[in-house]
Structures are given as structure tokens and as C-alpha cells.
Design a protein around this ligand. Sequence first.
Ligand SMILES: Cc1cc2nc3c(=O)[nH]c(=O)nc-3n(C[C@H](O)[C@H](O)[C@H](O)COP(=O)(O)OP(=O)(O)OC[C@H]3O[C@@H](n4cnc5c(N)ncnc54)[C@H](O)[C@@H]3O)c2cc1C
Length: 492
Amino acid sequence: MKYDVVIIGSGLGGLECAYILSRAGKRVLLLERGAQAGGCIQSYRRDGMSFDTGFHYVGGLAEGQSLYAAFKYLGLLNLPWQRLDEGFDRVMIGARNFVFSQGYDVFAETLAMDFPAERSALKSYTDMLMYSDKQQLAALNPQADESSFPADLYERSAYHYLKETFHDPLLVNVVSGTSLKMELREESLPLFTFAHGNSSFIESSWRLKGDGSQIVDSLLNGIRKHGGEVICRAEVQELVEKDGKLVAAICANRETYEADLFISDVHPAVTCRWVKQSDKMKKVYRNRIARLENTFGMCTVSLLLKPQQLSYFNWNQYVYKQPDVWTFYKENHPVSGVMISCRVPEDGSQYARQIDLLTPMAWSDCEAWSDTAVGRRGDAYKQMKERMADECILLAEQAFPGLRDMVDKRYVSTPLTYRDYTLTPEGSAYGLRKDYRNAMLTMLSPRTPIPNLLLTGQNLMLHGVHGVTMTSLFTCAEILGREWIWSNIIEK
Ligand SMILES: Cc1cc2nc3c(=O)[nH]c(=O)nc-3n(C[C@H](O)[C@H](O)[C@H](O)COP(=O)(O)OP(=O)(O)OC[C@H]3O[C@@H](n4cnc5c(N)ncnc54)[C@H](O)[C@@H]3O)c2cc1C
């Protein structure tokens, strides 16, 4: 059977494209190499409890906000979302804990109480965030011209912008303090990426009651309901080209799937390798992709707490070792900052049983074990994981004293874990690094030199659940048209 579209990789991007295209009437097949779908947002079970991997919170879900229309169309608003407290993120630097509030005006007002001399700077900061928020969707408007692409934000340094906007260096660090959800790299981070990583969460912030696999299951059900097919343990190894167009995807088990169109949710450098000896996939494109660098990975320490030890907290806590939150990337020093996320108790208890501690981790800290098979990495790797866990807990104790004694069990994942489970090069958490100095080269279009091969997912424009969803809309717009996406999803 020949499909209209074969989608490779069932991360959020692949799932969303499969949902949109099958609902639009296309015959869709989704191929996933892993045993379960979801990529970075899949969950796993230990000791009868489920744990999340790459999903903790999402922004912009309230009616009229930036993710509302897309999530409504995707059927994801029906999931048990829990809105975080008005003070949804807290940033601890030294002994002070700064609060991020939901709503742009309240956000600026709350921080102005700590930084009264910066009131008008905070207002222009939130204006910039709102502008960036609007531009993401505006670029899908069929009436939009090229100018709706926010080149002014993309070609500008986030770090320079913050230094120019705020006089107090502490405020620069505070507003950057929830940015473990991106790579705070002084010399490259575009203002657009920084703004996107903050704006939707300030609109409104949400956690799921239960694990992130609910997103995956809901999308899988929707795809199947609309006639789409999903096959797991189907690792694509080759894309066959004929007369300048792709005709089939071949899997490791030699199963072959034919289609008119192919979408890859897999890292673009890996995707390029599947198309062998192509004139269309010219050397210049392959080399350009191969030269792009990846963002850091993440070390996640998932803690199972003893019962009735820690009250559930309905916000995220960030804690930094030193005032300069941009330090990690300068000194490559692990565990200089940690994000602490609390799982909503599913039994309605006031006490938390699960919290996650996340800290950025460079691939170079894992590379030594990269050739070793999973499960055979030996004592040195285990010791390194235990060391990371100890350091994360120590830092988290600044906000939650005595945490160490509340822990019943702990499970640690590193960039190597992601590399092995999702085949993401270098276990990168947020895909290819964007660089304001090289905006047009580092921000990839869904289009490739092969007319019927498209890309999607976090490597293209934006990362995270919000960013990948935006990217899915752009990828599907290449097939269905911007008018279709605008009138059926955004305006509906
Ligand atoms: C620790 C961590 C915490 C995070 N927390 C948050 C958060 O709280 N909020 C938020 O918004 N975002 C968060 N993110 C980011 C978010 O999870 C990602 O941006 C998003 O899930 C990426 O989706 P994707 O579709 O681009 O790619 P991926 O999830 O990487 O999916 C790619 C898929 O392709 C499959 N694949 C690979 N090779 C092949 C092949 N040859 N054949 C077939 N299939 C293949 C993989 O198995 C995988 O399923 C976090 C990420 C990490 C790592």
C-alpha cells in the first residue's frame, strides 16, 4: 500500500504532524524505532510509579493564548491540566527567592517590587516578550509577508539585549533564571529563542496531573481514529530516491514503505545520512547540516520521596550556586543550577511523592561511556551519576532543607540515556543550537533540497512542547497550505 505521507520519528513533532495530516484526510503512516512512541516526552515505570522524561510544564494554554488553538485542535486541552500558582516559577539566587508571576503586567509588577528602579525596563521587556509571542503565529497568517518573520529578534543577542535593557546585573540574572529550559550561551543565544522560552509560560503555566505519556496516548488515539497507522520498532535506515524524489523508506528489518511525501522528526544530520548518493541532497546542504552544533543535554534526578515528608508545591523552583546564571556555559561547570519540579499527587494528598531535579550536562561529561552498551557501563558511570545526584540534591536543599533525608529512591538519567533511547546526537535536550550571528544558517526551514522530504521537530525553529507544536504547524502548512492551517486550526 502506498501512503500519502510517511512520518519518521514519533516524538511530539512526528505525532502532531501525523494527527493534523490524518485528520485532514491524508493516509498517514508513522514509523518509530523505539518500543514506545513519544521520544523525549515518553514516561517510564519504576517500582510501580511512572516517571516523566522530557516534560514538566507548558505555557499558553488558557483560552485565547498562544497554544490554545493548536492544543484544542489536537484534542490535548481535554487532558487533566493543572494551572500552576500565580507565582509559577521561583528563582533562588543567594538567599533571595524571586517570583515569576503569570500575566505580563503582574510579572513586571512583581519583579518591580524587588527592583523598583527597573519598572520601565521591565515594562519594555514584557512588551518585547508579547511581540515575540504574536510573531510566532503571525508568520502562519496567509496574509503575512516576509516582514512578519521576527528577524529583529532572531538576529539579536539575548545577552546583549538584557544587558542593554536592565541596569542591575542581578535582574539580568533573575529574568534569565528560568532558562534551564534553553541553552544560556552568551555568544550565540538569539533573543527570539530566549523570548520564546519565557513568554508562553508568563501567559499561563500548566502541569499535567499524571505523566506526560497522556499527551502521547491522546495523540496516538487521535491518529488511529482518523485512519492513520503507527508502527513501533521500525527503525528507518534508508530513504530511496528516484528521479529527484523520494519513493520509499526502508527499515532495519528491510520492511519498505512507499509514499508520496516523507516527513522526518529525526535530527536533520541523521536524516541526511539516510538519503544515499543523492544529487538533490547536495553536498553543500549535507555539509551545512553536519557542521551545526547541538545544545547541551540534561541530567535528571528523579526522586521518589518517603510518604508525608514534603508538601506538594504548585510551582517550579530554580536554585543557582552563584549569582551569574550564565556561568555554566562559560566554565562548563556541572550543577551550577538546578530546576525542581513537583509531580501533582494523583491520590489528592497534600504531600508530594515525586520530584525531579534537572541540570544541564555537557556531552563531553558522558562521552567516555558512549561506546559502551546500555547496562554495561560499569562502576565509573554509576559513580558519576551518583555524584551528579548528590550535587543536585545538595543545591536543591537550599530551597528545601532536609530533602536528602526525605528521599526513598532515586533514578538518574544523563544525555547518554537520551542518546540511547531516542538516538538524539549527543543526547542534546533541545536539538540544534541556534545562533544570532548566523540566523539563516541555524534556523532550518521544514523544506529540504528534496521536494517531497520535509523536516519537523525541535531542531528546526523552536524547541519544547510549545515550540515543537508551532514547528508542526509550519511543517503541515507546507502540505496543506497556510490558509488551511490558519482557518482550520488558528482561527477556529
Ligand atoms: C530533560 C528534559 C526536560 C524537558 N522538559 C520540558 C518541559 O518541561 N517543557 C517543555 O515544553 N519541553 C521540555 N523539554 C523539551 C521537549 O521534550 C522537546 O523539545 C520535545 O519533546 C522534542 O520533540 P521532537 O519531536 O522534536 O523530538 P524527539 O522527542 O527527539 O523525537 C524523535 C523521535 O524519533 C525517533 N527516531 C530516531 N531515529 C529514528 C529512526 N531511524 N527511525 C524511526 N524513528 C526514529 C526517536 O526514537 C524519537 O521517538 C525537555 C527536554 C528534556 C530532554
